[in-house]
Structure formats: C-alpha cells, structure tokens
Design a protein around this ligand. Structure first.
Ligand SMILES: C[S@@+](CC[C@H](N)C(=O)[O-])C[C@H]1O[C@@H](n2cnc3c(N)ncnc32)[C@H](O)[C@@H]1O
Length: 247
C-alpha cells in the first residue's frame, strides 16, 4: 500500500477525481469509514483538495504557528482533508490544540456563487463540494481518533464565525469565493494572537479568480498590522505583528 504524508502528486489527484465520479458518495463514504487506513493512501490522502505545493507550504508554516498561543481554525474544510492533516501533525508533535473546521458542508452560498459566475470569476460547477456532509465528517473525525481535537462547525461563515471567539494562532481561509474569503479574513484577523498566521489558498487559482482580489484588498488594508504578507509556493501567508493584541 502506498502511504502519503505529504501531497498527492497531480496524476494521483486526477485519478482520485475520476474514482470519486464513478462511485456513489454513500458507497465511497461507507468504504472509507469502514477501512480508515484507506485515508492514509496516496490516492486518498485524507481527501484534501490541497496539492503537493500547498501541503509543503502548510508543513513549513505549522512549526511557526505552534509558537503562538491559541487554537486553529479553517474556513472551508469540505471533507476535512486539510483539517485531518493539520490535526495529525499537531498530535505527532505533541501539541494539544483544537482545530475548528467551519463549512456549510453543503457547498457554496448559491447567490454568492452565481454573482461570481456572472462576473466570469469562477469556472467550477454549481454543485462543487456538495458530496460532503456534517454527519460524514463527524464520523470520519471519530474513526480517525481525532474527536475533541477537530471541532466541525456547520453553517455559512456569515452565521457561525461570530460564535467562535478565539484567540487563534492560525486561520486557513480556503473557501474559494471572494466575498466569503474577505468576510472570514476581516472577521478573524482581530482574533489572531500577536504573531498569529492567516493563510489563504487559491491566490494563484485560475478556477477561482476572485480569491486573489480578496487577498490583495485584505493585505492592502492591513499593511500596518502585519509583519509578513507574501505568496509562498502556492499559499499566501500573512503574519500579524507581535506588538499587537488579540481582541
Ligand atoms: C476548497 S473547499 C475546502 C477544502 C479543504 N480545505 C481541503 O483541503 O480539503 C472550499 C469549501 O468552502 C466552503 N464554503 C465556501 N463558502 C462558504 C460559506 N460562505 N460558508 C460556509 N462554507 C463555505 C464550501 O462548502 C467548500 O466545502
């Protein structure tokens, strides 16, 4: 069996998409939940949508993140692939932090997706990310022994983030659409601890072109409050200044 702790190579990812299209979601979910070792294979790689370059960036940033006080939060978790990879890294390195996995677990907000489509900023299908569910991720987290550490929060960010006070050492913004990305970044930045990290996916995406607009606007407006703001191999990383406070 091929095991993979880094990123699945591109060919494997396209194979995974093909397999996913062929197998009905309930059959796939049951097979993975019954044989959890499958999650560790290179083909599945815990079902993250992140590619090798994003995962290399993530593994470089996490050792810096744990020097900072607080929990971790993801805005955009889908099938909790990046969440599980992050939580396993934390556990392997002896860090007992919670990872909040926020998502509708039903896909995009339809009106927001439609607006981005009309502006020609998205090329994904309307039903993208609808193969997941809150019930599925709860069971997945449980079979992987990560319950308590990963906390799935179901709902649109606009309705859920207010109820998660932080402080956070890290926020991953991986929700693809411009308006939601900017909402999450502006809402969570004040709750980052001094020296905390905010990391954006899709900055270079051709599929979700609005992501770059959201990151550029956010970065421009927070210039004086950050000590680092730069694209990595694939992720865009922002670090809050050490001499500021979490609200
Ligand atoms: C690219 S996926 C996340 C992938 C995940 N981080 C991984 O590595 O596998 C983007 C997710 O953002 C979610 N999303 C987008 N806009 C949202 C919103 N306003 N509220 C809640 N979830 C949203 C979608 O449901 C989708 O599951």
């Amino acid at each position: 069996m091929i095991l993979c702790f880094g990123g699945a190579p591109t060919m494997l990812r396209s194979w995974r998409l093909r397999v996913k299209r062929l197998i009905p979601p309930t059959v796939l979910n049951n097979a993975l939940l019954r044989v959890p070792i499958l999650y560790r294979t290179a083909l599945v790689n815990y079902e993250t949508n992140m590619g090798p370059r994003e995962l290399e960036d993530l593994h470089e940033i996490l050792p810096e993140v744990v020097k900072v006080h607080g929990d971790l939060i993801e805005c955009g978790s889908s099938r909790c692939g990046s969440t599980v990879i992050t939580a396993l890294w934390l556990r392997r390195h002896g860090h007992n932090r919670r990872v909040f996995a926020c998502d509708s677990f039903e896909g995009f907000r339809p009106a927001e997706f439609e607006k981005q489509k009309q502006r020609g900023l998205v090329t994904d299908a309307d039903n993208a990310f609808t193969s997941t569910s809150y019930e599925y991720v709860l069971r997945k987290v449980q079979v992987l022994g990560l319950d308590g550490m990963i906390v799935p929060i179901k709902g649109y960010f606009q309705d859920t983030l207010e109820g998660i006070p932080g402080p956070f050492c890290y926020a991953l913004i991986d929700c693809d659409l411009e308006e939601s990305m900017e909402y999450c970044a502006r809402t969570l930045f004040p709750r980052l601890s001094p020296g905390g990290w905010m990391v954006f996916d899709d900055y270079f995406s051709q599929q979700f072109k609005g992501a770059r607009h959201a990151v550029d606007r956010f970065a421009r407006d927070h210039q004086t409050q950050v000590e680092l703001s730069e694209p990595r191999r694939s992720l865009y990383a922002v670090r809050k200044r050490h001499d500021t406070t979490a609200e």
